[in-house]
Design a binder for this molecule. Structure first.
Ligand SMILES: Nc1ncnc2c1ncn2[C@@H]1O[C@H](COP(=O)(O)OP(=O)(O)OP(=O)(O)O)[C@@H](O)[C@H]1O
Length: 279
């Protein structure tokens, strides 16, 4: 049985949502605003009650996995109180809390983990800055560092690319790939459709339930995306190339980073003629 979440106001944000993710993979969670992506993360983290169903993480019930500190969560920026006066290094140290005793006195191993995590995301020089004084992309990187310091086997990222520039996005993707190579599992919600085939092995399409899930190459089809987004996606057709060598490509876009579909309906992450794939 899948997972159902009903909020206190009676709104059922997820109904019978069900999917599995293999270890050592990155899975995209894709859906329109309000389709239940954040609710799904909150359900996995135990922040909202399940009306029905259950969640299992690496073979353990979610509550046991969370207690075992194996799940790291990078929330959406909107869910964080940035006015809270706390230093960058303290935010990253929070990732170590689950490894400490009740008094939460950091040991050398905790300080080393924080240092390594800050360096891995390129934020070593910002450790003494107030978190509220950072740019959007820098804040994201600090929260990624918190997840790295936690050393979670499963990492949930709620819209890590929103409001970040192309360079930071690429840096985050590179980091996620290296975490995948270490055998970790990642679930990433994103509106950047164009980058999904580039780095996500698998995709879950959501609209208040799971519409489709599986390898991105199979799931990311025009039919499935249209079913997921309905009329919300901008959809236009380009002609590629000059003279006789013209080839029609469909471009469907949920945001600034479009997804390109060739005539046979398969996805390509790069827009033809635009090396970086961004328009
Ligand atoms: N605390 C809450 N109480 C009642 N309804 C809520 C609550 N949080 C979210 N919802 C509703 O549940 C639905 C799913 O919201 P959710 O935040 O999970 O969507 P999302 O897919 O993450 O959207 P976005 O892409 O905008 O971040 C929405 O209709 C939302 O209004």
């Amino acid at each position: 049985m899948g997972v159902t979440v009903t909020y206190r106001n009676g709104h059922t944000a997820l109904r019978d949502a069900e999917f599995q993710i293999p270890t050592g993979t990155i899975t995209a969670l894709v859906g329109v605003n309000g389709s239940g992506k954040s609710t799904l993360f909150k359900a996995i983290m135990g922040f909202v009650r399940l009306a029905k169903g259950s969640i299992s993480i690496l073979g353990r019930p979610a509550a046991a996995a969370l207690k075992g500190n194996i799940v790291a969560y990078v929330p959406q920026s909107e869910d964080v109180d940035w006015s809270f006066p706390v230093l960058v290094e303290d935010v990253v140290m929070m990732g170590r809390y689950g490894h400490m005793n009740l008094l939460r006195v950091p040991k050398a191993v905790d300080r080393e983990a924080v240092e390594a995590a800050l360096h891995r995301v390129g934020m070593g020089d910002f450790r003494k800055r107030q978190i509220g004084e950072l740019s959007g992309g820098q804040k994201k990187r600090v929260f990624l560092a918190r997840a790295l310091a936690q050393d979670g086997r499963v990492i949930l990222l709620d819209e890590p690319f929103t409001g970040v520039d192309v360079k930071t996005e690429e840096a985050i993707i590179t980091l996620l790939r290296s975490l995948r190579d270490e055998g970790r599992v990642m679930l990433v919600s994103t509106h950047n459709l164009g980058s999904v085939p580039e780095f996500c092995d698998r995709t879950v399409l959501l609209n208040r339930t799971v519409l489709a899930h599986g390898p991105t190459a199979e799931i990311f089809t025009q039919d499935n995306l249209e079913r997921t987004f309905g009329g919300v996606l901008r959809h236009f057709v380009l002609n590629e190339g000059e003279g006789g060598g013209r080839r029609a490509v469909d471009v469907i876009s949920d945001d600034e980073r479009p997804l390109v579909l060739y005539g046979d309906g398969h996805a390509a992450s790069r827009l033809p003629g635009h090396d970086g794939g961004r328009t």
